[in-house]
Design a protein around this ligand. Structure first.
Ligand code: NDP
Length: 446
């Protein structure tokens, strides 16, 4: 089976040249699959692996828009509809200058397994653009969103493909995207996009879900060793949607969150991050995180051009972007007493960093399991849209907590079944893969 896996991996790498992040994501999953293929040769016979690695559809389009000075600008838009064996394609849109096909494909590939793990009827997809919203006026971002949707609308739908937010796409952008969809189609099709505002079809808890879910997963993972967040020293990377809600939940569980960051540097606040100040700076005024330290004065300080992993922590929650924590960072964290790490971001650790944490016995939760609460709550938003209902915060949060507990336990049980207890990477990859593979077998060669 190992030979078989290596042959398919070689083909995938050769067929998708230069797509470094996609190669990394596929390689990581393949490293877990040997024992599953041994037990299930029917997956090999039906070329499930080859089909899983080839997106069902890849759409690339021009996004023209006019900036505030009247100058015409051109960006590139993407939507990769990866796998629909379990349900309509589902996954966010990322607006960031680093976006190219390889990033969208790595995110879409991960999304297939993550969505499978949620237990909800959703397939996997991802999209975005190399548009950089930073420094752009609200009018420019709105015109960009409208132009982006003017092409995207023909490819999406409640039963086809349901986008959401990701880096650079929050509630404001989802509003402008949905507004343009509604205008073009003349349909109030709420279920076509998730992450909507609660007064116009959104779900309570969706905004909080990814960060909250990551911490809930970490809490359950800590409990396997008789530990909890209570009194733990926590470092978080990023200061966007996922990071802010991870900080909020970690604090609610008694964690002492001392640091967070953005792409320019990090802040340390030994008194504990003051969420009210952080939200005002990042969410309301959309300023760099450095401003947090200025406003807090005294105990807080800002370190420019460096990663937050310089800070000692017992629990680390990377919530910014891919490959933001490397082997050197991991080594330093382990030496400073790291006990657990849960990924709020997608693929934030390099493969070397993952290997180091695992061999040091640190509890490690991969993003496709730990951050699945966001997309799971998107599926709850779709349920509410389909039934024209709106659930309470408490009910929705309870559903989220139940889903995270189930994902954790399923991953832990699978890891044990395959002889490597505590290996959440193995558990997540095998659990996610098996469900999609079985559905693909049932649906025939399509
Ligand atoms: P946001 O745009 O709200 O925030 C992103 C944060 O990460 C910002 O603080 C940003 O800083 C920082 N960041 C972005 N790029 C880099 C970089 N190259 N180096 C260092 N820091 C960087 O995005 P989200 O919080 O929504 O997403 C964060 C991560 O979580 C992503 O990996 C995303 O894929 C993942 N995720 C998000 C989900 C969601 O529901 N939103 C669901 C599941 C996963 P700056 O402002 O300076 O760029």
């Amino acid at each position: 089976m190992q030979v078989q896996l290596e042959r398919v991996l070689e083909q995938v790498l050769a067929r998708n040249p230069g797509e470094r992040e996609f190669h990394q994501a596929v390689t990581e999953v393949f490293e877990s699959l040997g024992p599953v293929l041994e037990r299930n040769p029917q997956y090999v016979d039906a070329a499930v692996l080859e089909r899983l690695c080839e997106p069902e559809r890849q759409i690339i389009f021009r996004v023209p828009w006019v900036d505030d000075h009247g100058q015409v600008r051109i960006n590139r838009g993407f939507r990769v509809e990866f796998n629909s064996a379990l349900g309509p394609y589902k996954g966010g849109l990322r607006f960031h200058p680093s976006v190219y096909l390889g990033i969208v494909k790595f995110l879409g590939f991960e999304q297939v397994f993550k969505n499978s793990l949620t237990g909800m009827p959703i397939g996997g997809g991802k999209g975005g653009s190399d548009f950089d919203p930073r420094g752009r006026s609200a009018g420019e971002v709105m015109r960009f969103c409208q132009s982006f949707m003017t092409e995207l609308y023909r490819h999406i739908g409640e039963y086809t493909d349901v986008p959401a937010g990701d880096i650079g796409v929050g509630g404001r952008e989802i509003g402008w995207l949905f507004g343009q969809y509604k205008r073009i189609t003349n349909r109030y099709e709420s279920g076509v996009i998730t992450g909507k505002g609660v007064t116009w079809g959104g779900s309570l808890v969706r905004t909080e879900a990814t960060g909250y879910g990551t911490v809930l997963f970490a809490e359950r993972m800590l409990a396997t060793r008789g530990l909890s967040f209570d009194g733990m020293r926590v470092a978080v990377s990023g200061s966007g949607n996922v990071a802010i809600h991870a900080i909020e939940k970690a604090q609610a569980l008694g964690g002492h969150v001392v640091a967070c960051s953005d792409s320019l540097g990090y802040v340390v606040d030994e008194a504990g991050i003051d969420l009210e100040v952080l939200r005002q700076v990042r969410e309301v005024e959309r300023l760099p995180v450095a401003e947090y330290a200025t406003r807090r004065g005294g105990g807080a300080h800002y370190v420019p051009s460096a990663r937050v992993w310089q800070v000692d922590a017992q629990v680390a929650l990377p919530c910014a972007t891919q490959n933001e924590l490397d082997e050197t960072d991991a080594k330093r964290l382990v030496e400073s007493g790291l006990l657990a790490l849960a990924e709020g971001a997608n693929m934030p650790l390099t493969p070397e960093a993952v290997a180091l944490l695992q061999s040091a016995g640190v509890l490690y939760a991969p993003g496709k399991a730990a951050n699945a609460g966001g997309v799971a709550t998107s599926a709850l938003e779709m349920q509410q849209n389909a039934s024209r209902d709106a659930w309470s915060f408490e009910h929705t949060e309870e559903r989220l907590a139940g889903i995270m507990a189930r994902i954790h336990d399923n991953c832990a049980e699978t890891a044990e079944e395959y002889g490597d207890p505590g290996n959440y990477v193995l558990g997540a990859n095998i659990t996610g893969f098996t469900k999609v593979a079985d559905a693909m077998l049932a649906l025939g060669v399509v």
